[in-house]
Design a binder for this molecule. Sequence first.
Ligand SMILES: [Zn+2]
Ligand SMILES: [Zn+2]
Length: 247
Amino acid sequence: MRRFRADLHLHSVLSPCADLAMSPDQILASAKERKLDIIAITDHNSTKQCNVVREMAAKQHIIVLNGCEVNSQEEVHALCLFEDDHTRDEFQQFIDQYLPHIPNHPNYFGYQLVVNRNNMIREEIPWYLGNGLQVSLEKIADYVHQLNGIFIPAHIDRPINSLFSQLGFLPKELKIDALQISKHADEMAIRKKFDIHPDITLIKASDAHYPEDIGTACSVFELINPTFEEIRWALHQQHGRSVKIEA
Ligand SMILES: [Zn+2]
Ligand SMILES: [Zn+2]
């Protein structure tokens, strides 16, 4: 088994609330500086910045997972991760179908930019990406799994936009692969507070919106090879793979 330090919750320039410094090259430079092996690009309600970061990372020995942080109809945030570009595309179409067409106001909410490897703007998303999709959390989780993806409710300890703040409990029908807690949260305290079953894995991630926050909260995976399947096994503590919050 080998150890892989992972930060699976990062925002790029595409997220309205993220710093414009969160360009693909800066994200990768910061990830390298912080000695991360695996990162996931998880912009609000969009997967459109993943490809460029993945392409650029290929030569830098950093594994970049396709992802996004969805906001459900119930205003719950959840990380959705995908193995390849095909399933990422399929999920992007799902988002496009359910994102309300409410115009973004860049001066108020921030810019929503897809950039290329040279930081040239390729696209500006006109619809505000912070809104809830018009589809339930359970349906989102089901669709992510239909696409063989990974579904992780985000920052579950937060007083807003979290599973417990919005729903009050973890529904039995909701298929999850793990739960993510925030940088300063204490795993044991959170497990106790929300009565989380010991079989459910908790991970930590930075939820970075600024370069200096990248890698400030990590999880350490024990894998033979850093494949998507092994990452899933680790989240479920299967086949000898495992993941732990970095102390
Ligand atoms: Zn969030
Ligand atoms: Zn986030």
